[in-house]
Design a protein around this ligand. Sequence first.
Ligand SMILES: NC(=O)C1=CN([C@@H]2O[C@H](COP(=O)(O)OP(=O)(O)OC[C@H]3O[C@@H](n4cnc5c(N)ncnc54)[C@H](OP(=O)(O)O)[C@@H]3O)[C@@H](O)[C@H]2O)C=CC1
Ligand SMILES: O=C(O)[C@@H]1CCC=N1
Length: 276
Amino acid sequence: MHTNDIITPSIVFIGGGQMASAIIAGLVGTSNGGSHILVVEPIETQRELLSSRYGVHTSAEANERIGQAEIVVWAIKPQMFREAAAAALEHLGSALHISIAAGISVEALCVLLQTHRVVRVMPNTSALVGAGVSGMTASKELSHADRARVEALLSATGHSFWVDNDERLDAVTAVSGSGPAYVFHFLEAFQSATEALGFSPDTARELVLLTALGALEQAKWGEAFGALRARVTSRKGTTEAALSVLDARATPAALAEAVKSAYLRAGELSLELSKS
Ligand SMILES: NC(=O)C1=CN([C@@H]2O[C@H](COP(=O)(O)OP(=O)(O)OC[C@H]3O[C@@H](n4cnc5c(N)ncnc54)[C@H](OP(=O)(O)O)[C@@H]3O)[C@@H](O)[C@H]2O)C=CC1
Ligand SMILES: O=C(O)[C@@H]1CCC=N1
C-alpha cells in the first residue's frame, strides 16, 4: 500500500512518538489495518516504522490532508504545542480534538485550537498492549456525543475514566501517566539486585518478572496491598530483614515525594506554556 495517497483519514495524530505509537498499537492491534489513520511526524524513521508496523498513512508536516479528519490527537511535547497548533490550524476543519500533552489545561487548549470540541486525556504507554489507563477531562460545552466518541476510541487502549478538572488530570498524570516508569524503575533495580546474588541477566529478568506478575495477579483479587505484604512477611524472617532496609532508607517517603514532584511538574508545564 502507498502510504501517501490518502486524502480523508478519519483520525489524525500530530506527533508520532512513543505515546502516539502506543495508542495506535492499541487502536490497530497487530492487524496492520491503520489505513483510517494519518500521522504527522517529522522524523522519517519513525514515519516508516509506523506505516510498516500499523499500515497508517504518514506526512512529514501538517497540510491540507488533515482537513477532513473527524478526530485529531495531539501527541507532541507540551513545549511544541503552540507552534504545532499554529502550523496546523489553517488546515483543520471542525474536528474533535484530543490532547494527551501533559500539563496543558482544557482552557488553554480551547484557545490554542480555537474550539470547544476539546478533550484533555492522560493515557499511559501500556496502551501498547491494550492495558492502558487514561484519565479524561473536558469543557462543560463538550457534547455527550463527543464524550462518547472519546470513550469509544480509548476503549481499544484499555481503561478510561473522567475526572472533574485539570488539577485532577495533573494528579492522574503523576500516578498513571508517569506510573509505568516507576514500576520499570523498580523492576530494573530488582533485576540488578538479583544479578548481584549471582544470577545471569536473563535468569534474573525472568525471576523478577515472574515474581512481579505473580504478585500482581494476587493483588488483582482485591485484598489490601498491606495485608498481602504482611502475609509474605514472617516474623524475624527474610522478608522482614529486606523490608526493614527499605523502610530505613525511607523508600515509601521517597515514592511519595516522587509522585508529588511529577504532579507539581504538570502544573509547571502549564505555566511554561502560558508564558511562552
Ligand atoms: N511517553 C509517555 O509515557 C506519555 C506521554 N504523554 C504525552 O504525550 C506527548 C508526546 O510524548 P512522547 O510520545 O513521549 O514524545 P515523543 O518525543 O516520543 O513524540 C513526540 C513526537 O512528535 C514530534 N513532533 C515535534 N513537533 C511536531 C510537529 N510540529 N508536528 C508533528 N510532530 C511533531 C517529535 O519529533 P522531534 O523529536 O523531532 O521533536 C516526536 O517524534 C507529550 O505531550 C507527553 O506529555 C502522555 C502520557 C504518557
Ligand atoms: O514524562 C512526561 O512528561 C510524560 C507525561 C506522563 C508520562 N510521560
